[in-house]
Write a protein that binds this ligand. Structure first.
Ligand code: NAG
Length: 989
């Protein structure tokens, strides 16, 4: 929706009535980069970066972590796939140590998990400052929110080598993986087929800031070294006042810290957790959204073209964000993949606190066992608090990594089909009549769409679960009209609840004790759209239960079965808080500090709303649709996300594709960017190109700021209205393929739009390509135009297959690893069809997905170099959970040796079950036509071909079009006259 920026006049006006508060906000026009911390302004980031500088500057750096028992022998054990030991951290010159319990779990999937805790905090033997009520342990519940499976141990894991230096554990599929656990200093090398793929603490940057009591010394004495390192005169560049103290020993940020006038009381003192993870021989790393930058992550330690700052993960309401930046945005998924030729590996750093990740690349490999002379990627992960909890995936393919990650965090929920259609939004449709009018106009101009959205202004004075009594007098009649047209309504519901009298939602939340608490354990009060507000604490199961009650149709009056929800501002956005969010010393359910759970917060709210939508009415089991702005690992189970408050500019259009690709490979592919750009008014060419790009976003929504001019597709003058309409129709036409791609994402976590490295992990020239993508497994290669006055483009070709233009069937002359020029006048989206694929379509234009449910299909067969092609179609009622009971069709199509076949790709789980309503109605749906692109010339003269199904054979008309000019030969088969669910074959021989 929007941010806390000064352009949002309503709340600034409100706040400015209070002159005291006014002084807190300095009106600036553009991005307020300075409102968000740089690494040196975040104490733990600064300390850990300095620690890294200090360690790496020495030739003989010995990390102070080792596995040793008091007797000098390592006390380790491996049982049922679980390796246990205690890491000792040396904390002073005298050799005093603290105990850090280590567990390495080897999982059946081949994933390994390394956790390190701190004994003293774990046993709660620490003291908190400021009489804090906070928990004493390191946060260890991130898994409770993120992990839903995949933890079955690999009981075959065994120690294959053991000596004074360490142990080697063999694990994984066919025992192909090894973990070499080194005792002193503690480090782990993960190997696949004997080659090291991932290294922990190879560079010795591991750091667990152990608990210590605050010693109030007279200022400014020379301090005892935190890490027992003396005599290093490394200059602290950032803070001239403390020049004599090296930055990694600087205690000034151990305790209270301030930023932008806000004080963080840090009752537990310094607690950060950091680790260096090296990918030897891997030149590319991807993932860790959300950032506005290239898919292949940049180096972050300066140098030409590199960033100066680490990638940051600290969910925030970043107003008009800057592009090509490692700055944090609204969501966080601390999951990274590394890529080299023919090998993909990954790590998932399960931590919900503020996190920074430095990325550097080293030329060549210092590991002589690594035959690869390519650069290696070094990463340095730094979180403010919590246990260390890292999952290691050894691939070897991108598909393996996506699957292994999905086994842990879950897959994309199979969406309600309508949510793959076009969403029409703006801040704000001003009244129920306005909504009805937009709906009518879309029909008048024959523009398909599925959902119209209401932003915050529909509420009565920003009180969620209410309607503006003047402007939305009759929401049910509005919902009814939409329903009559097969359409849905989405209303916004945010986590901040207006703190006023006579509003049952707030009084209920307060009296039940379900709000987030401040550091003194009183209800936290902050500022957001409604002014003074409190926040639901969705970490609390009782709060989820209560939240669920608010969405019942007889409570949230005016909503009905076609009402769905948009969760915005759930980072959470707090206008007067530090970095526009909550103070870190706020308290959540279980007395966990906000510090520990910040990045998970948005997901818990999204979860509560999901739970609410499935329980609105007893017996009503429809798939929820909830859009979220903030997210964490696991949010893919709950709905869609969008990239927040972008701008109506060409560079924001260009930035969207890499961001959406990053979401896909990070396991949360149901994503999109606001089409047209949220802030500002796009020129018509930009708006047109944005619709063309948006038609290929997994989540496709047009949205606009309250100050932006109206820009519904029908507002565009010709020819742009027709061009935009054509893009929308193309989306709807390909809906069966989109839905099938979502089905695959639901099955195995694969991305919906796929970058080149993911589909072609052997083709190094494509590893950095992030402005084009394949749609699911359709073989459709799309490169949206994102530049002004650009009417042709270069499409990168990753292999030797045949490629055809989607619209003209022209054969494109291609070379593997090279780009090919494709013409793209304003009415054209560059789309190529890759040989070897079959994809379903529906060619009858329709007004919404619901109205297409029983339309016939078109099957497009793009014959590959070897004369074959393959594809799939998944279809169900698109709305209920009946698919879980086997009410679906999943067909596999194959064209091979001139025979086109359809057979069940997967059988319903509950076979023999009676056909449900949808299945019955779907009986008569068929393939209206089959198009075969790249048809052999021997078909010339052929007029019909036999179709066989269920032992019966009949002839179907065939029209052959021979190659002409640049156009490939193709054939069109008439109506097949076979049922979708039946096996059939067509013989072209
Ligand atoms: C929402 O959170 C609750 C509590 O952790 C959990 O039991 C439930 O499975 C979650 N819902 C979804 C859809 O993930």
């Amino acid at each position: 929706m929007k941010s806390s920026g000064p352009l949002s006049t309503s709340w600034t006006a409100y706040l400015c009535l209070l002159s005291v508060l006014c002084s807190l906000f300095t009106p600036v026009v553009l991005v307020k980069e300075n409102d968000f911390k740089k690494c040196h302004q975040s104490g733990f980031c600064r300390r850990n970066r300095a620690y890294a500088d200090h360690a790496l500057a020495q030739s003989s750096w010995q990390a102070p972590y080792k596995i040793f028992s008091a007797e000098g022998a390592a006390a380790v054990s491996l049982k049922d796939g679980q390796f246990e030991a205690t890491i000792l951290k040396t904390v002073d010159e005298q050799g005093s140590t603290v105990n850090l319990p280590l567990t390495v779990s080897f999982l059946k999937s081949g994933t390994a998990r390394v956790t390190v805790d701190e004994e003293k905090r774990k046993s709660q033997s620490i003291e908190l400052r400021h009489d804090s009520k906070a928990r004493k342990e390191r946060y260890n519940e991130a898994e409770k929110w993120a992990i839903v499976g995949g933890l079955t141990p690999d009981t075959d894991a065994k120690i294959t080598h053991e000596d004074k230096a360490g142990v080697t554990v063999q694990y994984g599929p066919e025992g192909a993986f090894e973990a070499v656990i080194k005792f002193e200093p503690f480090a782990i090398d993960f190997k696949r087929d004997g080659t090291t793929q991932i290294q922990f603490n190879d560079r010795g940057l591991m750091n667990m800031e152990h608990w210590r009591a605050k010693v109030d010394k007279p200022e400014p004495e020379k301090k005892e070294g935190e890490e027992g390192q003396e005599g290093e005169e490394k200059k602290a560049e950032e803070e001239p006042k403390k020049e004599e103290v090296p930055a990694h020993l600087d205690e000034s940020t151990w305790w209270d810290e301030t930023f932008g006038g806000n004080i963080d009381t840090k009752p537990r003192g310094p607690e950060s957790v950091a680790l260096d993870i090296t990918f030897p021989g891997y030149e590319h790393v991807y993932g860790i959204p959300e950032h506005a930058g290239p898919l292949s992550l940049k180096e972050t330690r300066g140098g030409e073209g590199n960033y100066e700052e680490p990638y940051r993960l600290y969910n925030a309401d970043v107003f008009e964000y800057v592009l090509d930046s490692p700055m944090t945005l609204y969501g966080a998924i601390p999951f990274m993949q590394a890529q080299r030729k023919d090998s993909t590996v990954g790590v998932f750093w399960l931590n919900g606190a503020e996190t920074w990740i430095d990325v550097t690349k080293a030329k060549g490999s210092k590991n002589p066992l690594n035959r690869n002379s390519k650069a290696s990627t070094n990463t340095h992960w730094i979180s403010e608090s919590g246990i260390m909890d890292v999952f290691v995936f050894l691939g070897p393919t991108p598909k393996d990594i996506s699957k292994n990650y999905a086994e842990l965090t879950g897959t994309t929920a199979l969406p309600a089909e309508f949510s793959l259609g076009y969403h029409q939004c703006r801040w704000n449709y001003v009244s129920d009549d306005d909504v009805k009018e937009v709906d009518r106009k879309m029909d008048k101009f024959n523009i398909p769409y599925d959902v119209i959205w209401l932003d915050i202004e529909y509420t009565h004075e920003k009180k969620y679960f209410t309607w503006d009594p003047d402007m939305f007098k009759d929401p049910i009649s509005m919902g009814q009209q939409l329903d009559d047209h097969g359409r849905k309504l989405v209303t916004i519901i945010d986590p901040h609840i207006k703190n006023v009298d006579n509003y049952p939602v707030i009084s209920d939340m307060k009296s039940k004790g379900l709000a987030v608490k401040n550091k003194d354990a009183n209800d936290f009060d902050g500022w957001c759209w409604p002014g003074s507000s409190m926040w639901i604490d969705a970490f609390n199961p009782a709060a989820i239960k209560w939240w669920t009650s608010l969405f019942k149709y007889d409570y949230f009056k005016g909503t009905m079965e076609n009402t769905y929800i948009w969760n915005d501002m759930n980072e959470p956005s707090v206008f007067n808080g530090p970095e526009v969010t909550m103070p870190k010393d706020n308290l959540h359910h279980g007395n966990w500090e906000h510090r520990d759970v910040h990045n998970i917060n948005g997901m818990t709210f999204h979860n509560a709303t999901w739970e609410a939508l499935v329980s609105r009415k007893k017996g009503e089991m429809r798939r929820p649709f909830v859009l979220t702005r903030s997210f964490f690992a696991g949010s893919q189970r709950l709905g869609a996300m969008w990239t927040g408050d972008n701008q109506a500019s060409w560079d924001h259009l260009g930035a969207a594709v890499p961001m959406i690709l990053a979401q896909g490979i990070a396991g949360f592919p149901f994503s999109g960017a606001d089409v047209g750009g949220f802030f500002g008014n796009p020129e018509i060419e930009l708006q047109t190109r944005w619709y063309q790009a948006g038609a290929f976003y997994p989540f496709f929504r047009g949205h606009a700021h309250i100050d932006a001019r109206r820009r519904e597709p029908y507002m565009a003058a010709e020819p742009h209205r027709s061009i935009i309409t054509a893009a929308l129709r193309l989306r709807y036409s390909l809906m069966p393929s989109w839905y099938t791609a979502f089905f695959h994402a639901n099955q195995d976590g694969s991305p919906i739009i796929r970058p080149m490295y993911w589909t072609h992990p052997s083709e190094e020239s494509g590893f950095a390509v992030d402005d084009q993508f394949f749609v699911g497994s359709t073989g459709l290669l799309v490169k949206p135009i994102v530049e002004k006055d650009k009417f042709d483009t270069e499409v990168y070709i990753p292999d030797d297959e045949n490629y055809y233009d989607y619209f003209t069937y022209n054969k494109v002359s291609t070379h593997k690893g090279k780009s090919v020029s494709v013409s793209a006048p304003i009415e054209t989206i560059p789309i190529l069809m890759r040989g070897g694929h079959i994809f379903p379509r529906r060619d009858i234009p329709s007004r919404s997905t619901q109205l297409m449910k029983f339309d016939d299909y078109t099957l497009v067969v793009v014959i590959g170099k070897d004369g074959s092609a393959k594809g799939e179609l998944y279809v169900d009622d698109g709305d209920s959970f009946e698919f879980e009971k086997g009410q679906f069709l999943h067909r596999a199509f194959e064209f091979k040796q001139l025979l086109l076949t359809s057979e069940a790709a997967s059988k319903p789980s509950a076979e023999g079950q009676a056909e449900g309503e949808w299945m019955k109605q779907f009986r008569d749906v068929s393939f209206d036509k089959v198009v075969l692109v790249g048809a052999p010339s021997s078909w010339e003269g052929k007029k019909e071909v036999p179709v066989t199904s269920g032992g019966e054979t009949h002839k179907v008309r065939l029209d052959f079009y021979k190659a002409e000019g640049g156009r490939a030969a193709f054939a069109v088969l008439g109506r097949l006259g076979v049922r979708m669910g039946a096996d059939w074959e067509v013989d072209f021989a």
